[in-house]
Design a protein around this ligand. Sequence first.
Ligand SMILES: Cc1ncc(C[n+]2csc(CCOP(=O)(O)OP(=O)(O)O)c2C)c(N)n1
Ligand SMILES: [Mg+2]
Length: 761
Amino acid sequence: MPIRREGPVTERLQQLLRTHPGPDPSKAGPMDAPIAPHSPMSRRQAVAIFESAIQSRLQDLLSRELKDKGISYYTIGSSGHEANAILGELTRATDTAFLHYRSGAFMAARLRKGRGETPLFDAMLSFCASAEDPISGGRHKVLGSASMHVPPQTSTIASHLPKALGFAMALQRLERLGIKPAHGVPHDSIVYCSFGDASMNHATAQAGLHGAGAAVMHKQPCPILFACEDNGIGISVRTPDDYVEQMMRQRPGIRYFACDSQDFPGVWNTAQQAIDYVRSQRKPAFLHTKTVRLMGHAGSDVETNYMRPEHIEANEARDPLLAFVDLLLTSGAISREGITALYEDTDRRLRRAAEEASARPKLVTVEQVVAPLALPDKGACAVRVADRDQRVKAFGGRLPEEDGRGRHLAYRIPQALTDLFAAYPNALLFGEDVARKGGVYHATKGLYEQFGGGRVFNTILDETTILGLAQGMAQAGCLPFPEVQYLAYLHNAIDQLRGEAASLQFFSTGKRHKDLPGQTTSFQNPMVLRIAGLAYQKGFGGHFHNDNSIGALLDIPGIVLGVPSRADDATTMLRTMASLAHDHGKVCVCLEPIALYMQKDLHEPGDGAWQFGYPPPAEVMPFGAPRVYDATDDDQLTIVSYGNGVWMSLRVQRRLRARGIRARVIDLRWLMPLATDEVKRHVAATGRCLIVDECRANHGGPSPMLLTELSQDPALRGCLLRRVAAHDSYVPLAAAANLVLVQEPDIERAADELCKEDVTR
Ligand SMILES: Cc1ncc(C[n+]2csc(CCOP(=O)(O)OP(=O)(O)O)c2C)c(N)n1
Ligand SMILES: [Mg+2]
């Protein structure tokens, strides 16, 4: 048996065309008559679907040819899955579609709904990784279209289900708030979300399905159509025949619909029923389509390595296009010559488009590649402030800046959020225990009472769902403030942040939409993710509530990461982040040090020196700017830190000063981006630098990166650089925690030693 199956698959279709007996006069009828008895699909509609299906099939074949010539970079196709063109036709262009990668025919059908679209050329631009690919700008082969409401998806199977769920759940929330969803999507839209059978096994898929079922039980509208295209295999691993059905037929809250791609009119009928159900009931449905995968998983996949030849041939005999062509010819909807002409014409146009696309510009500079990750300028942040009356109402009478007393971190955070929620009507806050309880550390206290359950709500207990909801809701036009209860628990959902939320803009072009002012041709999922984290908690020990590694955050390109160490900084930082998210589409992470939430004192018990006033409501924290404590001209040392390390360093600073050693302390505040240049200036001025990094020494915190930057700067040659950091260990319970965490004596000792050494400049 030949290894490459493009030829045999195409030959079967050609042979059918050659040998088909032609129209059955008893089945003849006008173009608007049903394609089959009682079918809601007309002949005209069937021909339109067929055109999309043929385009998709020919794209697959051509992509493999182009790959062989080194022109294209992607050969995962849609062959065998062409019935999804029906979903592209039956859903509205404004029904946002989160697509499986085998959705070439869906895309072709969806793009037919647009005016001025150039689907063939666009597909070829994306195959050729041209910088002019209108969706990813040549950064990835994705299916997507801003004007046709198809956000690009990553290659991570099933990772899109939770965000699709978030989009669906945002629609009614926005409607109740009187806010129009983004991109002109109407409130009665549905969300379409497709995936493969093997993808169903993934924890993320289960999170999405579970979240939809849970929404129904919590009586929340959730208009999403899940579409499982079941070809019975995932790369080389078989899915048992009745597996998907067994799992989904009785799934609580989700209505099950089934069809088979051998029967296009049946798919149309069932798909229409499923769509109608979701749209009218605002409830989730699951459309299970049986199909086959043709020509292997991708061009490089040799099916004969794991599948028997007779099985491969049986699949090929079930090519849905064969059954569809038979139906079209028998009914007389289109003639043999008509099909041949369509086939040849589409092929010719695709080849011309490919020729043109392959000559179009590629990404050729680093700047072009990273452009969508760019962070705004420092001056670009300006927070919105509600008018005085609204603020007075939101604060229940007295404005926080009018209360002259200093307050601690956990007191100011809800106030900062209150101001932001009064100013941004699309802001939503959600997570575990954030509503009535006001958060496990009271950091969201009072927000539920003030802004109601439509804007402040508890989610189900699943971080993947929380971050998925945030992305989908953001794409739908909300400004999400999701909360993750502990840093350790971010990690079981980190892909939703690292692989998904943070990468969305990278795989979009970031250009402004020429026809829709104020909207972009790129997709964004702005958010301000708040995470309670880091160590030094007294009374609540052990690793999971004292996780001191942020390495997994520091490696994410393009995100903003801030760690406020004091109450007023948390307030202004949250404002800057709201602006970065709302005005620049950025994914921001505010890591709040739990141990400082209730910290009121600095040097002595009762001194109240770690409490601060409420910054005037329009004051933002300059983006990327650190705070510098007590710099004088005769400082011998710069101590650089963040979070708990700042509080400890300031205490050490006072003790050093009592012994005649002068040190300034820098609170980085922003860890992404790092204020490297500013730190360098201080180090150059003092000649010595001690970095106090409360995270694990081995890539847990920012110190390795900062030391690298400082050590290779010629201007700092001869300066003394040191750091103290936590041991590479999980954090144990009780006093043993202090053995692995940075302690004040460690800082003091390192500072003393450093100041005994001479700077050799
Ligand atoms: C999270 C993740 N793990 C592994 C892969 C590699 N991979 C790509 S496609 C695929 C199989 C998917 O099978 P299925 O969901 O049935 O879709 P099909 O390709 O059959 O349409 C795998 C394992 C991936 N992309 N993402
Ligand atoms: Mg499969």
